[in-house]
Design a protein around this ligand. Structure first.
Ligand SMILES: Cc1ncc(COP(=O)(O)O)c(C=O)c1O
Length: 348
């Protein structure tokens, strides 16, 4: 019912579109980089641009190897499969993307069981998760093989996970034989907001999927990082899932361009989100990255009224709207959105 908006084909040109940071279109410079990319058949591992992207992302996150995949969902699901066997369990918070928005893929594709804890708005508590872990080797229990962590947290309104909790969870997991998977769809936002190096976030996970097609503005693509052995196995899973791609250096080039030009600028999106929150009377402290959430409003009515005035907002619950700032919305667009949405809210 209330997932990510699926309005269907629509002409939203000219609108200030704050539904998601996935809506960005490649910039002219990114398109040039794509057009000029050197390519080869990546299933044969002969695409130099894909290889360059994989090496670069592996190094950024301090892992041995990486795998370019078409989507964050594929990166997450292969990542989970690499650290869980069928019949084992993934533990995560009840609002995490991998267990909420990925169509039950872990169960449907891989026979993985899942269990959730209700967190405080998505914020990670290592103790809360650790308490729920079920041991290996028991005759009755479903063994917890992995814990999924999301940073930043989407349904948590873009919150940045506290580093001490990530560290505690990872330290604990070493002795427990439980893997940590990071859904890092927006880990670049976390890095820019917190100043924590990407390599630190990377080393606190066994597998991590990071997206190029969210705030970084590439049209497609995610990268899964892990050990060389796991990535070799992940390559087989990607092929089985139909994700073996051919001359996709054109897409990897967009990712490389985004890494060169679109990481530091995420700070602008964060500032725009804070400005929007202030203008809407939302606590700016609740805005840690590029998302502004307004609760206790009739979401469909607000979205419709704003849309009629050229501003698109996301409905992520019957009484919750969400606005996400990104590369395609500049300061003037944010001011316009603030004018429209604040008036819509005042007129309720
Ligand atoms: C936190 C998070 N993880 C994973 C994904 C999945 O990415 P994709 O849409 O590329 O499959 C998303 C998508 O919005 C997301 O927000």
């Amino acid at each position: 019912m209330y997932g990510i908006d699926t309005d269907g084909p629509a002409d939203n040109s000219g609108a200030v579109d704050l539904r998601s940071d996935t809506l960005t279109r490649p910039t002219p410079a990114m398109r040039r980089a794509m057009a000029e990319a050197e390519v080869g058949d990546d299933v044969y591992r002969e695409d130099p641009t894909v290889t360059a992207l994989e090496e670069r992302v592996a190094e950024l996150f301090g892992h041995e190897a990486a795998l370019f995949v078409p989507s964050g969902t594929m990166g997450n699901q292969i990542g989970l499969r690499l650290v869980c066997e069928p019949g084992q369990e993934v533990l995560g918070d009840a609002d995490c993307h991998v267990l909420t928005y990925e169509m039950g893929a872990a169960a449907a594709l891989f026979g993985l069981s899942s269990r959730t804890v209700v967190s405080a708005g998505g914020r990670l508590s290592a103790d809360q998760l650790v308490e729920q872990v079920r041991p290996h080797g028991d005759w009755h229990l479903t063994a917890t093989a992995a814990i999924a962590v999301e940073n930043t947290h989407n349904r948590g309104g873009g919150l940045v996970q506290p580093l001490p909790e990530l560290q505690r969870l990872f330290d604990w997991s070493r002795g427990a034989g439980v893997a940590v998977h990071l859904d890092g769809a927006r880990v670049f936002n976390a890095h820019v907001a917190s100043g924590v190096p990407l390599s630190t976030y990377g080393r606190l996970a066994d597998t991590a999927s990071v997206c190029l097609s969210k705030g970084l503005g590439a049209p497609i693509g995610s990268v899964l990082v892990a050990s060389a052995e796991r990535i070799a196995a992940g390559r087989l899973w990607r092929k089985r899932l139909g994700g073996g791609m051919r001359q996709v250096g054109v897409l990897a080039a967009a990712g490389l361009h985004a890494l060169d030009h679109h990481v530091e600028r995420l700070a602008d999106d964060h500032e725009n989100a804070r400005l929007l929150a202030e203008r809407l009377g939302t606590d700016p402290a609740s805005v840690e990255t590029n998302m502004v959430v307004v609760d206790d409003v009739p979401a469909p009515a607000v979205a419709e009224a704003a849309k009629a005035q050229g501003v698109l907002v996301g409905q992520v619950g019957p009484r919750r709207i969400r606005m996400v700032t990104h590369l395609d919305v500049d300061r003037a667009g944010v001011e316009r959105a603030a004018d429209v949405v604040s008036k819509v809210l005042a007129d309720l």
